[in-house]
Ligand binder design. Structure first.
Ligand code: COI
Length: 372
């Protein structure tokens, strides 16, 4: 008797359904958390996952089966369209905990908007806010004890969608899966980066998919990056496809160049640059700090001339995973620019403002933190 009663309450606690706007999110909780056996020491980026994930299916023009469930493998057909033609997009977002233990997500609405821009470009359906945002909040709330309580650490949130038609004809799929995973994570780069300016391979071209957070953009970058690594560099700085003259992005990050009192970053007009949420946050902080912000094409010659004239102060990458990554060496052909990053003050200031806002030590006057 007691057993049946207990069982009933356990199943009530483990399985429930939340109605969010028009979408039901079913919650099936893990019977046991993996947290007890988990160490937050030396956390690499993206290797460990929390107790739960969110999964939803798109079929017949609507999203259904929205479920938060224990983190588990997927069973997929070998003819799955995404595996063959790469209709697959993702986002990267971070969650933090304040001193009182409240969980916050950093600018999720901006990633939500960008996700659906990527979806549009890749001929995929939009994911509605009640699944992307509300589902994410539910998931983070459920696994909030997985948010590391350490400086430079966070809970990395990975929403993604891929096509699931089981057919190898080339066409937009009629069915899709949307998932959200959570990964407690440490710093992405452990040291200032050495960067090779790429002038043969290209990441993006006008009219292409550079502005979309499409899986293929990352796959296409791997070979050139591997070549740069063989030469002793960490990442490449992409240049434009026509002249290899104007800089685009660094590896998985946007690039910001400080020349005098100007913060310069490539503009988004050609559709070759990812509209980074961290990029936007960094420009906002730099503007507040009195820098003139210039979003415009910037050539490698302009960077070299500023370096030679001693007006090039700092070059750094910005991204969700990396936050801010200082560049200690930038090589273009045989010309090597080196920087004493330990003497820099601008990017460390921006990083401090950003982390203080995220970790609740500074007023969030831009309204970036969303409480879960
Ligand atoms: C992010 O910063 O979230 C990224 O997209 C980088 C990721 C590919 C590791």
């Amino acid at each position: 008797m007691t057993f049946i009663k207990g069982d009933f309450f356990v199943s009530l606690l483990l399985n429930y359904s939340i109605m969010v706007a028009t979408t039901d999110i079913t919650v099936n909780k893990a019977e046991q958390s993996k947290l007890n056996d988990f160490s937050f020491e030396h956390l690499p980026f993206g290797k460990y996952f929390t107790d739960h994930m969110l999964e939803a299916d798109y079929e017949n023009g609507e999203w259904k089966n929205v479920e938060i469930k224990p983190y588990q493998p997927l069973l997929l057909s070998p003819s799955l369209a995404a595996l063959h033609y790469g209709q697959s997009i993702f986002e990267g977002i971070k969650a933090y905990r304040d001193k009182e233990g409240n969980a916050y997500i950093f600018r999720p609405q901006d990633n939500f908007r960008r996700f659906n821009i990527s979806a549009e470009r890749m001929a995929m359906p939009h994911v509605p806010e009640e699944i992307f945002i509300e589902g994410m909040k539910q998931l983070v709330a459920l696994d909030k004890n997985w948010i590391p309580n350490k400086e430079d650490h966070s809970l990395y949130i990975r929403p993604f969608m891929f096509s699931t038609d089981e057919v190898i004809g080339v066409k937009p799929s009629e069915t899709y899966k949307f998932l959200i995973l959570l990964s407690p994570t440490g710093p992405y780069y452990s040291a200032p980066a050495r960067i090779y300016v790429e002038e043969h391979y290209v990441r993006a071209v006008n009219g292409g998919i550079g502005y979309a957070k499409a899986a293929g953009n990352y796959a296409g970058a791997m070979y050139a990056t591997a070549q740069a690594k063989k030469k002793g560099y960490d990442q490449v700085l992409w240049t434009d496809a026509f002249e290899h003259k104007y800089v685009q992005e660094i590896g998985t990050m946007n690039v910001v160049i400080i020349i005098g009192d100007k913060a310069i970053t490539p503009d988004l007009a050609a559709g070759t640059i990812l509209d980074g949420v961290t990029r936007n946050s960094v420009l906002t902080i730099l503007k507040e700090a009195g820098f003139t912000i210039e979003e415009r094409p910037i050539s490698i010659d302009e960077i070299i001339n500023a370096y030679k004239a001693n007006t090039l102060k700092e070059v750094f990458g910005t991204g969700t995973a990396a936050t801010i990554s200082p560049i200690q060496e930038l090589r273009y052909k045989d010309f090597v620019m080196t920087f004493e990053t330990e003497k820099w003050t601008i990017s460390p200031m921006v990083k401090k403002v950003l982390t203080d806002i995220r970790e609740g030590r500074r007023e969030d006057k831009f309204g970036w933190m969303v409480k879960v």
